[in-house]
Design a protein around this ligand. Structure first.
Ligand code: ZN
Length: 329
């Protein structure tokens, strides 16, 4: 646990508002009663989500996002960047296929890879990224703002994307409600989050890569998310336990982390400045070789959880009903 969390727990005086009163543990998503579920988690009996607790204050989060998380020179090598661009290109194609004409808002746009892919397809697109872009954006329109503070008209957006960003927000339920209001009639919300109700979350426990403490503030279950979207009046059109990505890698990372020396595959594929710890080329080579050897086991585990509807991440496509007619499919 970091100093920030420790001081928050001891002093109880947290400048940035998180509710850390242990006597009243509340789910960070639905507000239901929660109980301790690990060294830094509380679990909600009502919706099946978990919440990082104590809730990190702004100082702890700033420290967690600084340095190796997303250095200016990039996270991955050239191959990783190409892979990321290719997957974002596929997502951009999907958005184009399912959204009505109009602009796309990418909430948690990172370095703008998806926004750039959308613009290349001729879609108007804007990205939101707290703290602003970490790399030169060129002509990519990235706005340094949170969704709640972003100046936008109701009904303005043909599609809103929250690709592995909802779990980083202090008020994810509020963000969903806000996003639903910004959608145009017939507009579509596309969300991917780690799935707390996955085999890998349960089996890998604190070795689960997507726990990502303290940056992930809530750990949503697929059911909690679909229920919330339905509650907002959106039509949940598609739920995929594979399309959200990170399923196979989550298993591979977790299986490796159980080996002696706890090799860190995520570090091994990142640029030296983007690693959480120094790695010799020999250590890195051993980690990558072990990953290759163990990939059949990870593939088997991935297939099992995806086929049973308990994938390590979940993708959800939900549409605001067009006035007076059935939603398009
Ligand atoms: Zn809950």
């Amino acid at each position: 646990m970091s100093d920030g969390a420790a001081s928050a727990r001891v002093s109880g005086e947290v400048a940035s508002a998180p509710a850390n009163d242990a006597a009243q543990l509340r789910c960070g998503f639905c507000g239901g009663p929660a109980r301790p579920a690990g060294p830094r988690l509380i679990a909600c009996a009502a919706c099946g989500s978990a919440t990082t607790f104590p809730v990190p204050d702004d100082r702890e989060l700033a420290a967690a996002y600084a340095g190796s998380y997303r250095p200016a020179e990039g996270r991955f090598g050239a191959g990783g960047d190409r892979l990321l661009a290719a997957t974002r290109g596929r997502l951009a194609r999907r958005i184009d296929a399912v959204a009505p004409p109009g602009p796309v808002l990418d909430v948690g746009a990172g370095d703008g890879t998806l926004v750039a892919a959308l613009l290349r397809r001729g879609r108007e697109a804007v990205g939101l990224e707290r703290g602003g872009p970490s790399a030169p954006m060129g002509t990519r329109p990235i706005v340094a703002a949170e969704l709640a503070d972003f100046d936008s008209r109701a009904g303005e957006w043909a599609a809103i994307v929250m690709w592995h960003s909802l779990e980083h927000l202090r008020d994810p339920a509020g963000a969903l409600a806000h996003a639903a209001g910004l959608l145009a009639p017939g507009g579509v919300l596309l969300i991917a989050v780690p799935n707390r109700d996955s085999w890998q979350a349960r089996i890998l426990a604190d070795r689960w890569l997507a726990l990502d403490l303290p940056r992930h503030l809530t750990h949503l279950s697929a059911a909690a998310l679909t229920d919330a979207l339905s509650g907002l009046g959106l039509e949940v059109e598609r739920v995929s336990h594979w399309r959200g990505g990170q399923v196979l890698f989550g298993w591979l990372h977790g299986i490796l982390a159980a080996l002696p020396g706890r090799p860190d595959l995520y570090d091994a594929i990142r640029q030296p400045t983007a690693r959480t710890a120094a790695l010799t080329s020999r250590q890195r080579g051993r980690t990558l070789a072990a990953a290759v050897l163990l990939s059949p086991a990870a593939a088997l585990a991935s297939a099992g959880e995806v086929l049973t509807g308990h994938g390590g991440s979940v993708f959800i496509q939900a549409r605001r009903r067009a006035a007076g007619r059935q939603p398009a499919h």
